[in-house]
Write a protein that binds this ligand. Structure first.
Ligand code: CMP
Length: 143
């Protein structure tokens, strides 16, 4: 179910670690383009092999990242996913399922790519988190 972005979106964005270093201008820009959506427990937010439309940020609830049906990681509030298809334009590398009711934000690919170009520090923060996940991918199922 889609719900309209409100003034709350700006406050939510400020609490997301990925956007901690963003300027007021960038937060305002992002707040104008994000789509806030709610998913019931069990719903798929994205599916392995399908085209990617953008970057998700979990606002409330828990999600599970599954590769070939196997749970690889759990992502909760403040975590992001969907960066791989966004960056390389390829298909989704995993299915992400809501394990509880989930509220998320989706930043469409075209606008996020434009934001990344104007703020390279955002790209660096995102890449550091991706590196952390790769380093811990065998031993951890937590965020
Ligand atoms: P993307 O491939 O666009 O869509 C699925 C997302 O799941 C992917 O981007 C990553 O954000 C996330 N993902 C895939 N594999 C893992 C993993 N092993 N650990 C954490 N997140 C992952």
């Amino acid at each position: 179910m889609k719900i309209s972005p409100t003034g709350q979106v700006k406050d939510l964005l400020k609490t997301v670690p990925l956007f901690a270093a963003c300027s007021k201008r960038e937060i305002n820009l992002l707040a104008g383009i994000v789509e806030v959506e709610q998913f019931a427990a069990g719903a798929e937010l994205c599916r392995e092999g399908e085209a990617g439309l953008g970057l998700f940020i979990v606002m409330e609830g828990e999600t599970e990242v599954k590769v070939k049906g196997r749970t690889r990681r759990k992502l909760g509030p403040g975590a992001f996913f969907g960066e791989i298809a966004l960056l390389d334009g390829g298909p989704r590398s995993a299915t992400v399922v809501a394990s509880t009711d989930v509220k998320s934000m989706l930043i469409p690919a075209w606008s996020f790519n434009a934001t990344l170009k104007s703020d390279p520090s955002l790209a660096i923060t995102m890449l550091k988190e991706v590196c952390r996940r790769v380093r811990t991918s065998d031993s951890s199922l937590s965020t």
